[in-house]
Design a protein. Structure first.
Length: 130
């Protein structure tokens, strides 16, 4: 596990804030679903998974793994064939780009954000709260 992944895991568990993992879980009570091994999503790639009946993209860029719904908010097209670069993904239909961290649209024709999901890495497995 990389230092960044370890930091994310510690952050997700609430350990760097001095709380116990059990205390943090009780306060936030999120349901994380195992999605894929970290190795299934190399840097610069997108990996499609199904989580609770939703098509979700795991996007690995800039040393982070993001999870977004595989659906453009404008064209209702799958984003899996769109380009992913430096923290954004584009819709293959009309070229609308979305920030992977927030889902915010970056250019027309999209005006609404896409859904994003919290990600954590536990024992080499990407887990998504969707």
């Amino acid at each position: 596990m990389t230092l960044k992944a370890l930091a994310i895991a510690r952050h997700s568990a609430g350990l760097e804030r001095g709380g116990t993992a059990a205390h943090h879980r009780a306060m936030t009570e999120r349901n994380f679903t195992p999605a894929a091994p970290v190795g299934a999503v190399p840097e610069g790639t997108v990996h499609k998974v199904e989580i609770t009946g939703k098509s979700v993209l795991l996007c690995h860029t800039q040393g982070r793994i993001f999870a977004v719904r595989n659906l453009c908010s404008h064209a209702e097209e799958a984003l899996e064939c769109g380009r992913m670069r430096s923290g954004w993904i584009s819709c293959p239909a009309h070229g609308a780009r979305f920030r992977l961290e927030t889902g915010a649209p970056m250019n027309p024709p999209a005006t609404e954000p896409i859904e994003t999901y919290e990600v954590r890495i536990v024992d080499g497995v990407i887990e998504v709260a969707a």
